[in-house]
Design a protein around this ligand. Structure first.
Ligand SMILES: CC(C)(COP(=O)(O)OP(=O)(O)OC[C@H]1O[C@@H](n2cnc3c(N)ncnc32)[C@H](O)[C@@H]1OP(=O)(O)O)[C@@H](O)C(=O)NCCC(=O)NCCSC(=O)C[C@@](O)(CC(=O)O)C(=O)O
Ligand SMILES: [Mg+2]
Length: 288
């Protein structure tokens, strides 16, 4: 079971940061060809990212390509698809038709390069009012989509909201993304970046909120943010211990035909036991 807690953006044209990415403890690396790269550097970045993926085959890699309305999109897909990347992050995802188009192009690239058709994932980045409104349709548009991600910087720009540390302005969008994802039958989404790199407490609060709302992980922009995100999205030792007690007690109860019991003063029934099992599975994936 792979973990998808922390997703770090690494600017695709920065040699030093591409090199550093190899040793980071992030679960996923996103090599960025979009907004972290100046227009004059797009071609160079594409080549650098290709090399970085080749030199770093252990990790789960995504590339954030430029969106289909740009002049860079086709070259990004053509030069990177089928070269060892796990998938693409599709920025400015706003409607189902975009996904169908990208899906079709990826299938052609996979066929040309003798890779399994459908193996390259797509993570649509929802960062506009239209994207949020169509999130359910986007999530269900292709088998390649396992999860959505949220981009609050562009989103607040689009809806004329102020991006604050409290994130009140994001509450509806965040919840809507969680619900659209689960209604479409895909995994919980990945939350937006927290831009104040020096504010550890702020990041901790923001990440806890994302977890509470149902997100599975969070995008980050700086190595210092990885540890907080990994910690918040991993169960604590107490949670693991409690989950083990609950699953053992519930399995025993079920064998006697009982499906509602009390453990440490709390009701345990099927959904409570299912949540506990998820924690036990996550702990196993973390080697705990
Ligand atoms: C912010 C800053 C410039 C600060 O750099 P500074 O150099 O001042 O930082 P320092 O503290 O000095 O770095 C200490 C050491 O870490 C190394 N180091 C730093 N960052 C590293 C890194 N990312 N990867 C590997 N290594 C790294 C560095 O090389 C140094 O190592 P060394 O050289 O040994 O000293 C840098 O982090 C950075 O570029 N971040 C990524 C920016 C980016 O990708 N933006 C696009 C994604 S967001 C977006 O698009 C919004 C969105 O689309 C998406 C959404 O929300 O979904 C929306 O709409 O909302
Ligand atoms: Mg953006």
């Amino acid at each position: 079971m792979s973990l998808f807690r922390s997703w770090i953006f690494v600017p695709g044209n920065n040699e030093r940061r591409l090199e550093k990415a190899k040793d980071l403890q992030a679960d996923v690396i996103i090599y960025d060809l979009e907004d972290a790269v100046a227009l004059s550097e797009k071609d160079k970045a594409r080549e650098m990212v290709r090399q970085a993926i080749g030199n770093n085959s252990e990790k789960i890699h995504f590339v954030r390509i430029n969106d289909p309305s740009t002049a860079y999109f086709f070259d990004d897909v053509n030069e990177l698809a089928g070269h060892g990347l796990t998938g693409i992050v599709l920025p400015k995802a706003a409607k189902r038709e975009q996904i169908l188009f990208v899906d079709h192009l990826l299938s052609q690239m996979e066929e040309k390069r003798n890779t399994n058709i459908g193996s390259i994932e797509i993570v649509p980045l929802i960062e506009s009012a239209a994207g949020l409104y169509n999130a359910f349709e986007i999530a269900g548009a292709s088998e390649r989509i396992k999860r959505l991600a949220f981009g609050a910087v562009d989103f607040t720009l689009d809806i004329n909201a102020q991006l604050t540390k409290e994130g009140t302005e994001l509450l509806f969008a965040r919840s809507q993304l969680v619900i659209a994802s689960r209604a479409a039958g895909i995994e919980p989404p990945i939350d937006t970046v927290f831009v104040d790199i020096k504010d550890r407490e702020g990041l901790l609060r923001d990440t806890r909120l994302a977890k509470q709302l149902g997100f599975q992980g969070k995008l980050v922009v700086h190595p210092d943010q990885i540890e907080v995100v990994n910690q918040v999205f991993a169960p604590t030792a107490e949670e693991i211990e409690e989950a083990k007690v609950i699953t053992a007690a519930f399995d025993e109860a079920l064998s006697s035909g009982v499906a509602a019991i009390q453990v440490n003063g709390k009701l345990v029934d099927y959904p409570v036991a299912a949540r506990a099992k998820k924690i036990v599975d996550q702990a196993k994936a973390l080697g705990k």
